[in-house]
Design a protein around this ligand. Structure first.
Ligand code: GLA
Length: 387
């Protein structure tokens, strides 16, 4: 009898334990579901992205806002790896071209999403004279210097940290570019700050200080496709450029020094046109610096792009006096990017706010020289909406 009671007791105990644990489990599942349904919130997280051949680790900063937008930036090249934005139906897509892994970026990247420096775009023959001294930079684009040289800021590891404010989150990336690096004079302390706001803006701020006079021109080099990365040509995107003039170039894409009116030419985007409408009339496609009406200094609207099917709109605001509009002419299908997408010619466009190309050799262009004691400070904001 006693034995029977103990068996009964054990059965009751195990039964209630089972019930207890299954109830516990049920509650956990409900929690998981409610977590899955949780509203997106403003946050910034650091993750590991990969490892450089020399063993250094590359981090990824993931910025999210309350509307579900997400920007991922890695410390290699202070590069925007992806930017997820909703369309008019509320469906999110990554609208920047790039690679799934660090290895992809190391193997072949035509500056996908990168921070470009010390001098964005071209310097003729890689030479300039500053205060009577001639400097020679790497010639990495035919006889010319492009985007900071063989190992520009897009190919170095930046140090980073997170930033959290009331209506925005972000990450600050810093890099010390040593005196004589790629031939440039002076130690340049640079910082790039990416902030994602609750107004669907990605704000990119640049700061630099030097100990010798040097040219500085930092920009952002994302290739955009507002229909989603890898989803076809950008030729049907509508573009407005807030520029009455542009700087014509020679065969090596070096400005001739002339500042020419866009009126009556395929370069006139003061009223929106699709990118493809007149591109056949522009030899090689668009790869030109536009002279912004603002003249630089204040944060003003430089460009507006819209994609008809998705309804996505991107506005570019900048304090820079110029913007390079590049229609992805050198993409040729040789790179397979994110999600196995192949990037063909005109699959992405770039809008690179900047000082004019070859300014160090063009005394009539706005000066791009930074001197000791001064602080280089520029700002570009990408603002997203739908129509
Ligand atoms: C810039 C230049 C282009 C090209 C790309 C990178 O947009 O103006 O000529 O070099 O970068 O491929």
């Amino acid at each position: 009898m006693k034995k029977f009671h103990s068996i009964l007791f054990l059965c009751v105990l195990s039964g209630s334990l089972m019930l207890f644990f299954s109830c516990g489990k049920k509650t956990a599942t409900e929690e998981e579901i409610s977590q899955m349904k949780e509203e997106p919130k403003m946050d910034v997280q650091r993750q590991e992205f990969g490892q450089l051949p020399d063993g250094q680790l590359v981090d990824l900063y993931v910025l999210t806002n309350g509307n579900g937008m997400e920007a991922r930036i890695m410390t290699y090249g202070a590069t925007l790896v992806s930017l997820s934005v909703p369309d008019k139906e509320g469906n999110f897509a990554d609208i920047t071209l790039g690679c799934d892994s660090l290895e992809g970026y190391l193997a072949a990247s035509p500056y996908f999403g990168a921070t470009v420096g010390r001098y964005a775009n071209r310097i003729a023959k890689g030479k300039f004279i500053l205060d009577g001294v001639e400097y020679t930079l790497a010639a990495n684009n035919g006889e010319n210097h492009l985007h900071g040289g063989s190992k520009g800021y897009d190919k170095v590891l930046w140090q980073a940290g997170t930033i959290r404010r009331e209506n925005e989150v972000g990450a600050k990336f810093v890099y010390l570019s040593k005196d004589d690096e790629e031939g440039y004079p002076g130690n340049l302390n640079c910082a790039v700050t990416y902030m994602l706001t609750d107004r669907d803006e990605l704000k990119i701020g640049y700061e630099a200080e030097t100990d010798k006079p040097t040219p500085v021109n930092l920009t952002h080099h994302s290739y955009f496709n507002l229909a989603g990365q890898g989803n076809g040509y950008i030729l049907d995107h509508e573009l407005m450029l807030n520029a009455d003039q542009y700087t014509p170039v020679d065969a090596g894409l070096i400005p001739t020094g002339e500042i020419r009116d866009v009126a009556g030419t395929p370069m006139d985007f003061t009223i929106p046109h699709t990118i493809g409408e007149r591109i056949a009339q522009v030899e090689g496609g668009y790869d030109h610096n536009f002279v912004l009406r603002s003249g630089g200094g204040e944060l003003e609207l430089a460009a507006r792009v819209s994609e008809p099917r998705s309804g996505r709109i991107m506005e570019v605001y900048t304090t820079e006096p110029g913007i390079q509009f590049y229609s992805g002419n050198f993409l040729d299908g040789s790179i397979t990017g994110k999600a196995g997408k192949v990037y063909y010619k005109h699959y992405g466009f770039c809008l690179e706010p900047q000082h004019f190309p070859d300014s160090p050799n063009k005394p009539d262009f706005p000066s791009a020289i930074l001197r000791p004691g001064e602080t280089y400070q520029t700002q570009t904001t990408l603002k997203f909406s739908i129509e």
